[in-house]
Design a protein around this ligand. Structure first.
Ligand code: ATP
Length: 136
């Protein structure tokens, strides 16, 4: 068979479980395409869309960090959060992006003692959700 089982799991739920033809993820060193029969490995992921191919159809899922583990029998993505295109609340993501941008500006101009890295991560998560939602 030219497919493999892909599971995406977060601390509170199973976000995705399906037979797929391929998946593309963004590892810490760049984009990784995983096809059936890939050798086993494990690597951390960036905050980025996961692109799934089933037949001629593509689906995107917004994944916030975590790991991908390619096993002999399946591929598992463990992430802090994962949302399908159709589950993304776009208003919420835009509000989160604007909040994060305001925080970053405040940190840069020393007007507030707010953690820069935290704001930067919030911005990445919001932009990832907006990106995935736009692929709907
Ligand atoms: P916010 O500031 O809007 O709460 P966040 O980046 O802090 O966003 P997370 O901590 O990453 O949110 O996620 C908390 C929970 O909310 C997770 O279950 C995540 O899937 C969900 N979530 C966050 N933002 C969205 C969104 N825009 N649409 C749908 N679900 C979302």
């Amino acid at each position: 068979m030219n497919t493999f089982l892909l599971e995406i799991v977060t601390p509170d739920h199973s976000a995705y479980s399906n037979e797929v033809n391929g998946v593309s993820v963004r590892g810490i060193e760049g984009e990784l395409g995983i096809l059936p029969g890939h050798i086993p490995f494990i690597t951390p992921l960036q905050v980025a869309p996961v692109r799934i191919k089933i037949g001629n159809e593509y689906t995107s899922i917004a994944v916030s960090g975590g790991f991908v583990e390619v096993r002999k029998d399946k591929v598992v993505i463990l992430a802090e959060s994962a949302e399908l295109e159709t589950d993304i609340d776009i208003e919420r993501a835009i509000a989160a992006k604007e909040r994060a941008e305001r925080r970053i500006v405040a940190v840069k101009s020393n007007q507030a003692d707010i953690d820069f890295k935290r704001a930067e991560l919030s911005l990445k998560k919001a932009m990832n959700r907006i990106d995935v939602h736009s692929k709907k």
